[in-house]
Design a protein around this ligand. Structure first.
Ligand SMILES: O=P(O)(O)O[C@H]1O[C@H](CO)[C@@H](O)[C@H]1O
Ligand SMILES: [Mn+2]
Length: 532
């Protein structure tokens, strides 16, 4: 029975996304700029050493995303993993939307933001918070970096008892307070009240930012951070796995990010090393049909937002050294996927996230090594997980697993049975419906040369069985060559397809050579509404 291990290297982008300019992030490249800084001499160190990530195809993915090989890197001949670069469909570039999209649910409705750099929060909001949480007032009320603002206002906070509230370009309301002087439980309570007050404004997260220390020794944030997130807007692959009797082990801040929905167990650990340890322990004990889902937060929190390129490089190398321990623990049916949730280029101006492609590095579950190209959405990861666990398909995303063996055998059989004595061009089509059922067809020729295409015959089988909605069509042509549906069949497929339905043109091994939205295959189509 399948298991999956998904690690999110928080903020590890691999090059500006096509829409980066809209976010003020043109030219961002977290990995590329770290690699360049390492060889430039400015960090007083040698080239970035990530041999194990390279073996999974990391630098190949980066090169395909940016058109350039990262500085100081020589691409290895044959990576062992399957690699891709993926763009984000969600409208934000923050942690919740990134993770939810990875879990199959892109967030197309925007979150609520506080764009003003100072006096950022509405007066009524702060008044309500002060009243309900019985506070003497608040400090901050601006955009800030979390470490800088506690240095600046920590002493005043201790003196006045007023918590520090701040935000950033993300949809966040952050509250920093001293663990001993203010109290950790009290801070959590204040955050819960703020969460309630910010529900209607769709603010993605309220974050508790406890710290310790004093003016003389300086202030340090602790591992007791807590995120109070909105709930994902639709069932994620986590929810679906749980519904189907599976288990989700949420390591680090994953539980918080999904508002504890679709999570069987929360495992907290402080820092990347401890998070990797927790992941290894979870891999040892996770049963069949489990998802081990880890967020490695240090890349983002300690280095990306702090614009610490040397620290980011060292943290990547430290993770790379632990990667073999994870790979060694994989069982034959396990699928390992390494991804990120957004970028946070440490060489970029400001201290915010950057809109970037993320790497998708996958290993196991029969996935052949090689490039999986550009993925149009992080949701491809969620769809892949749904397919891996045999769950009903997600509404968004495209699985990058090859067609399951049994389905591929069915396609080959259908193609063998095709009746094409005149053209010799045998084709098979396999339709997957929205309800998760499958219907096959092959082409049938006749002496008067008016043949029935494979797609048409599969559609007939679907309709005869009482189903009407196509989700995907898999097409296999002679020799596994590329063969797109003819004009007639595009019209037929469109008749029974929702906007997300796709056609996959497969090779003999069941890998997608090309895939298209069915709607895009027939622009300016004549559709049922035109008859009204
Ligand atoms: O500067 P700190 O407090 O680390 O905050 C950062 O962390 C938040 C959550 O990831 C981001 O929105 C960014 O503002
Ligand atoms: Mn972040």
């Amino acid at each position: 029975m399948p298991r999956a291990i998904v690690l999110v290297l928080d903020s590890f982008g691999i090059g500006a996304a096509p829409d980066a300019a809209r976010f003020g992030d043109a030219g961002a490249d977290t990995l590329g700029h770290i690699a360049a800084a390492c060889v430039s001499g400015e960090l007083d160190r040698g080239p970035l050493q990530l041999p194990n990530l390279a073996r999974l195809g990391l630098f190949h993915a980066h090169a395909e995303a940016t058109g350039q090989v990262a500085a100081g890197v020589e691409l290895i001949e044959q990576p062992e993993g399957a690699w891709a670069h993926a763009a984000e469909r969600s409208t934000g570039k923050d942690t919740p939307s990134g993770h939810w999209e990875l879990a199959g649910v892109p967030v197309l409705e925007d979150f609520g933001y506080f764009p003003d750099k100072t006096e950022s929060f509405p007066e009524e909001l702060l008044e309500a918070l002060i009243r309900r949480a019985e506070l003497p007032g608040v400090l901050g009320n601006c955009h800030a970096s979390g470490t800088e603002i506690i240095e600046r206002l920590g002493a005043q906070h201790i003196e006045t008892g007023k918590p520090i509230v701040y935000t950033s370009a993300d949809s966040v309301f952050q509250i920093a307070a001293h663990e001993e002087h203010f109290g950790l439980d009290r801070l959590y309570r204040v955050c819960e009240i703020a969460r309630e007050l910010l529900m209607d404004d769709r603010v993605g997260r309220v974050i508790a930012r406890p710290f310790v220390g004093d003016v003389d020794s300086g202030f340090q944030r602790t591992g007791n951070r807590r995120d109070y997130s909105l709930e994902p807007p639709a069932p994620t692959v986590l929810d679906k796995l749980l519904d189907a009797g599976g288990e989700v082990l949420a390591i680090g801040k994953i539980g918080d990010i999904f508002a504890h929905r679709g999570v069987s167990r929360v495992i907290k650990a402080d820092g990347n090393e401890a998070l990797v340890d927790a992941t290894l322990a979870a891999m040892d004990e996770a049963g069949e049909r489990s998802l081990v889902f880890t967020n490695l937060v240090d890349f983002d929190m300690l280095y990306g937002h702090r614009r610490d390129t040397a620290g980011y490089a060292a943290a990547l190398e430290a993770f790379d050294r632990r990667l073999p321990e994870i790979i060694e623990r994989l069982r034959p049916d396990d699928l390992l996927i390494l991804v990120a949730d957004h970028g946070c280029d440490p060489s970029f101006e400001g201290s915010d996230h950057t809109r970037e492609f993320i790497p998708v590095l996958a290993l196991g579950a029969g996935l052949p090594a090689g490039s999986l190209g550009r993925r149009e959405s992080f949701a491809d990861v969620g769809q892949t997980l749904a397919e891996h666990f045999g769950l009903p398909p997600m509404d968004a995303g495209l699985s990058f697993l090859p067609l399951a063996k049994a389905r591929l055998e069915q396609l080959h059989k259908l193609r063998d049975r095709a009746y094409a004595p005149y053209s010799g061009f045998t084709v098979a089509a396999l339709i997957e419906t929205r309800n998760g059922h499958w219907f096959g067809g092959c082409n049938v020729e006749t002496a008067h040369y008016k043949s029935v295409c494979a797609e048409a015959s599969a559609i007939s089988a679907m309709i005869a069985a009482g189903e009407r909605e196509i989700r995907r069509v898999h097409i296999l042509a002679p020799g596994g060559r590329l063969c797109a549906p003819c004009g007639d069949c595009r019209q037929r497929l469109l008749e029974f397809s929702g906007p997300d339905a796709r056609v996959h043109l497969l090779d003999n091994h069941g890998m997608t050579i090309e895939d298209h939205a069915i709607a895009e295959l027939l622009p300016a189509a004549f559709v049922p509404d035109d008859l009204d």
